[in-house]
Design a protein around this ligand. Structure first.
Ligand code: C2O
Ligand code: CU
Length: 458
């Protein structure tokens, strides 16, 4: 494949580049625009999105070529309602094959954005999303096999937020006080172009942190409660997020929606594709206070700084955090237990699952529709962190090395971090659709090989 533009080079050419010089907190946070349906009927909303290149200002005063849904990064936010289907017609005006996956959504194989189900340049595909599951912070991103890491890096990622009645009834902060924070890291060439290096070396070089596509922005807040929906849309980076003053945030949701009850957390880890929703109450602070969202996992001061909250005014606050959010249904009885060993091939040094690299023509596991299983995921690499994401099946986290998971993992999830040497057991449930779906490590530099196929059978 031809390189799409200058400044994009392969690992062989990689040399350390200093990050583009700019000071943090120079630009305000912006929020991705909400997509407008081209047609809205009582039973379906239809959207039209075009994947295309655009030159945008990310670093102040410099233009950067991106690939964006509708030419923006992050793409337009789709707001969906549980029980009301959405149709999205995706048009590919890029020069590469794309595939659009709704991450965390429960949709049929033909609408799931399988890695091999690509949209060719200058063509379109219609996706049907039933939205049968409860409220959850989902996101859509590229998944074209072998290209996904580059395409997501270039900007093909957007939010898809599902709401429902139960969530409405809780009176959580809403409207202007419900703010998505999509966190990514990038490496910019001096001319502003994005440099993509798809390996662990590349990760170390990507030291410019963006929130909603803005470099280390500031956000002017009122002294009241806010709901933040944090999405790690970075290719490979794992964050450990905390407030600079050490105060607690209240986690209310994870990947697949509301937790059974809110939990106060002073920090939480977010591996690629994971989501966490928190409520931060700024009413404890006087206008003039500044708080930094800090990344303790960052390797240097640049990557340790995510963004800043500036408390600038007071505001009334009718919102609250109830003691009960969404009660968990009783766990289903698992019918079988399976092992997934995430390792490295000693000969080829490729990452693999159960000794195999991804082959779209091979089916690895065949769970039954309607059943629940235990999946035991073991990270057998001593030097690499992985995570594990299942399409279709949402799961609970049963245990980590035999210990109960933290309270932040007490709800349903679709992506779970697995540290070196660790064994995480999850309880996926295979509902709604039969057919072939993938599961994989969501560290995108690994995903190309570290992926398998499950075929849900009747
Ligand atoms: Cu976020 Cu297989 O995807
Ligand atoms: Cu991995």
């Amino acid at each position: 494949m031809a390189l799409p533009f200058k400044g994009d080079f392969q690992a062989a050419d990689a040399r350390p580049l200093p990050p583009l010089p700019f000071l943090p907190f120079q630009v305000p946070l912006t929020v991705p625009p909400v997509a407008r349906p081209v047609r809205s009927r009582p039973d379906t909303d239809t959207y039209q999105i075009t994947m295309r290149q655009a030159d945008v200002e990310i670093i102040p005063g410099i233009r950067t070529r991106i690939w964006g849904y509708d030419g923006i990064f992050p793409g337009p936010t789709i707001k969906a309602r549980a029980g009301k289907p959405v149709v999205v017609v995706q048009r590919n005006e890029l020069d590469v094959d794309t595939s659009v996956h709704l991450h965390g959504g429960i949709q049929s194989p033909a609408n799931d954005g399988h890695p091999t189900d690509v949209i060719k340049p200058r063509s379109s595909k219609r996706f049907y999303y039933p939205n049968a599951a409860p409220a959850a912070p989902l996101w859509y991103h590229d998944h074209a096999h072998g290209n996904e890491a580059r395409s997501v890096y270039m900007g093909l990622a957007g939010l898809y937020l599902v709401s429902d009645e139960l969530e409405d009834s809780l009176r959580l902060p809403s409207g202007d006080y419900d703010v998505p924070l999509v966190i990514t890291d990038r490496l910019f060439a001096p001319n502003g172009s994005l440099i993509f290096i798809n390996n662990d070396h590349g990760l170390g070089l990507r030291r410019t942190i963006l929130v909603n596509g803005r470099p280390q922005p500031y956000f002017q807040v009122a002294a009241r409660k806010y709901r933040f929906r944090l999405v790690n849309a970075s290719n490979d980076r794992i964050y450990e997020l905390r407030l600079s003053n050490g105060r607690e945030m209240v986690q209310i949701a994870s990947d697949s929606g509301l937790l059974p009850r809110p939990v106060a957390m002073s920090s939480f880890e977010l591996s690629p594709a994971e989501r966490v929703e928190v409520v931060i109450d700024f009413s404890a602070y006087r206008p003039g206070t500044r708080l930094i969202l800090h990344n303790s996992a960052g390797e240097d001061p640049l990557t340790q700084t995510i963004m800043r909250f500036d408390v600038v005014r007071t505001a009334p606050d009718e919102s609250h955090i109830p003691d009960t959010l969404r009660p968990l249904p009783p766990a289903e009885k698992p019918v079988t237990e399976r092992d997934f060993i995430m390792g490295r091939n000693p000969r080829t040094h490729e990452f693999e699952i159960n000794g195999k690299v991804f082959d779209p023509d091979r089916v690895d596991v065949r769970p039954r529709l309607g059943s629940t299983e235990i999946w035991r995921i073991h990270n057998a690499t001593s030097d690499a962190r992985h995570n594990f994401h299942t399409h279709l099946a949402r799961f609970r986290v049963l245990d980590r090395d035999g210990n109960p998971p933290g309270p932040g993992e007490s709800g349903f999830k679709d992506t779970v971090a697995v540290r070196p040497g660790e064994t995480v057991r999850i309880l996926p449930r295979f509902l709604e659709f039969t057919g072939r779906y993938v599961y994989h490590c969501h560290i995108l530099a690994h995903a190309h090989h570290m992926m398998g196929t499950m075929e849900v059978v009747p």
